[in-house]
Design a protein around this ligand. Sequence first.
Ligand SMILES: Cc1ncc(COP(=O)(O)O)c(C=O)c1O
Length: 430
Amino acid sequence: MLIDQWPASHAAWERTRRSLAGGVSTGLRAQMPPHPLFFTRGEGSRIHDVDGNTYTDYVLGWGPLFLGHSHPEVVDAVAAQLPLGQTYGAGHAAEYEAAERVCQAVPGAERVLWSNTGTEANQAAFRLARAFTGRQRIVKFTGNYHGWSDNVLVSYRGSEALSAPRPGVGTRGQSKAAMHDVVVAPWLDLDAVSALIAEGDIAAVIVEPVLANTGVLEAGAQRLAQLRELCTAQGVVLIFDEVITGFRLALGGAREHFGVLPDLSVYAKSIASGFSLAAIAGRSDIIDQVEDGVVHAGTYNGNPIVLTAARATLDVLARERPYDRLADSAARLVTGAREVFARHGVTATAHSVGPIVQMAWGCEEIRSVEDYHRADWATYDELIVALLRRGQFVLPGGRWYLSIAHDDDTIDASLDALDGAVAAVAGGGR
Ligand SMILES: Cc1ncc(COP(=O)(O)O)c(C=O)c1O
């Protein structure tokens, strides 16, 4: 066990496992190499652990901190709201002002529905689609992740990742009955989607317009437009799962970036700077069904704390429009990483879509879900540990998130660290 650099984190982990299942709050966090680390604070692009180490943070809370840690405008806005109340269970200004900002930013967003997490917002979108069409089943694509609910936690990871059209089991304990409502098409195989729709009873197709969860693969405007046409022709609701792309690829997310309008989009990460908020936005005739018998509930929905954070976050993004600059920063990281890999003669790859970077070890390129699953993730985990030793905090699975706080100097310093880390891993060291 590697405890030389992280004795306090290691001790915390030993302790937390006695009171907390898994020692941390999700299974994925529990698997982070070398073992879960424990942190005390973050500011901007930096995060500090209990051992006194400082890292450049490319995890960013697994995505939500698009403004970086503790953006002053968000912190001040939330601090001002805190003494005024935490939840009213009733209407308030931040609730509709944030919704108005979403409608302004997102092309085709006529209405907004607030939820707490991407997982539950996707479920609400499915319910709306079922109610609207009178049909039951959902089509999803291989490699796409839409949350941890039984019906969609299928065909995205592990040995079942490529299973289609039968949903590949995602976890022990999964409800087979719930899985019955979902059928799976190989990533972007529109013929397969057509065939599944032809079998009947399809209410919705859901897609990550950039497949961020499996290789950061771009669906592309043309394919998405074809999918749009197909769904329109068959009366099927098209849902973009923009939990990652929303407000990150462009202010209007994938809708703006690709110029394709689904019926519903689901947002979560990057809308509220780390506060637990999700949204469905899209066609009013579908969303307004909640006024007419379609249940959408949640004690914490639209509470003033998270909506204050969202309003401030959306104001910063609308004012700064950081998208071109961040795409350049991501390209700088990618170009530099490729140079590092070439210099050390290792087979590894990097690419980006907007501000989202994907790296992988043991493959020349990632162009498909299959490529992603063929990469050498065990060695990539070694790279993660070597990067931690050099002050870089990155996710398992190769995705690097950038925030508006990551400037060129930060990225150049990270590339120096990557150079050392790759040399260590390629040389069998640490
Ligand atoms: C594309 C996508 N959809 C849905 C979810 C689930 O969101 P949450 O973790 O907020 O439930 C995630 C989470 O990573 C995601 O990446």
